[in-house]
Ligand binder design. Structure first.
Ligand code: NAP
Ligand code: GCO
Length: 267
């Protein structure tokens, strides 16, 4: 009997999966038996680096493309290309994302807009390009990578929080609008994960001590540590597989307990 968590025979497109969280999710999908991984990056160098990383991990059923997720025409063209070169898209993970850490009153409108475009408008663009085929087959899984900032705010991340809060509601709306087609759209809200995006928050200080944000996050997390990208693999497999067919419009926070915790009292 097939496991309800099996992804056998499924093709999964993970945006921005050359490294970081997307790459870790791709590895978990391969372990769950996925037929093909499709990923795209914003530039050629990143795509080639990604292909090399998949090769090193012994993953051969992978297709890498260059496509900026904010470019609607390019996304539509890529969907056509994927259909021709790989086949149908069973699972979409909207993972590509950026952050700009700038105090809001100093942030230029274009900088704010760029974050909104990549983190919120692009999931609309990519999902819209993939939905018609899923509607026709009456089956599909969309996973949006949300954030702690879908729930919480902090200094310097206004555009990111606005985008990720919006992505939470886009997730619920895709569920509301397309649930009748047997399409499930859920979100994963990662806590603080050690990836290139968060590397500046973990950099050692000139005197060799820990970055204050690094200590702050460990104190805010019951697990007492940063999480590894691979720890998002199991939750992603769950939301991509038949095991979650009755779960729709849900944001699964994978945060080591941050949202449940008031924080450690100072010594
Ligand atoms: P990352 O290491 O910076 O990787 C981001 C990926 O997105 C890269 O592959 C990048 O590819 C791609 N990308 C960015 N802009 C793109 C564009 N316009 N078109 C196509 N691809 C683009 O980030 P990460 O930490 O793995 O984060 C992945 C997702 O999880 C993001 O949505 C992020 O906001 C979210 N998240 C991260 C954390 C965390 O603690 N790390 C926590 C919660 C949520 P290129 O190299 O081509 O730009
Ligand atoms: C920051 C972080 C984050 C995260 C993440 C938290 O500067 O606070 O980069 O916002 O990476 O999305 O879940």
């Amino acid at each position: 009997m097939a496991s309800p968590f099996s992804l056998e025979g499924k093709n999964a497109w993970i945006t921005g999966a050359a490294y970081g969280i997307g790459f870790a999710i791709a590895k978990a999908f391969v372990q769950a038996g996925v037929a093909s991984i499709i990923f795209n990056t914003s530039n050629e160098a990143s795509m080639l680096k990604g292909l090399e990383a998949y090769k090193e991990a012994g993953i051969t059923n992978v297709h890498g493309y260059v496509c900026d997720v904010t470019d609607e025409a390019a996304v539509k063209a890529l969907v056509e290309k994927i259909h021709a070169e790989v086949g149908r898209i069973d699972i979409l993970v909207n993972n590509a994302g950026i952050i700009k850490r700038i105090p809001m009153h100093e942030m230029k409108r274009e900088e704010f807009q760029q974050v909104i475009d990549v983190d919120l408008v692009a999931p609309y663009i990519v999902s819209s390009a993939v939905l018609p085929e899923m509607m026709e087959r009456r089956e599909g899984k969309i996973i949006n990578i949300c954030s702690m900032m879908s729930e919480l705010g902090r200094e310097t991340v206004s555009a990111y929080a606005a985008a990720k809060g919006g992505l939470k509601m886009l997730t619920r709306n895709i569920c509301s609008e397309y649930g009748e087609y047997n399409i499930q759209c859920n979100g994963i809200g990662p806590g603080y994960i050690a990836t290139p995006q968060t590397a500046p928050l973990r950099e050692k200080q000139p005197d060799g001590s820990r970055h204050p944000f690094d200590s702050f996050i460990c104190a805010k997390t019951p697990a007492g540590r940063w999480l590894e990208p691979e720890e998002l693999g199991g939750p992603a497999v769950f939301l991509a597989s038949h095991a979650s067919d009755a779960v729709n419009g849900h944001i699964l926070y994978v945060d080591g307990g941050i949202l449940a915790y008031i924080g450690k009292q100072p010594k």
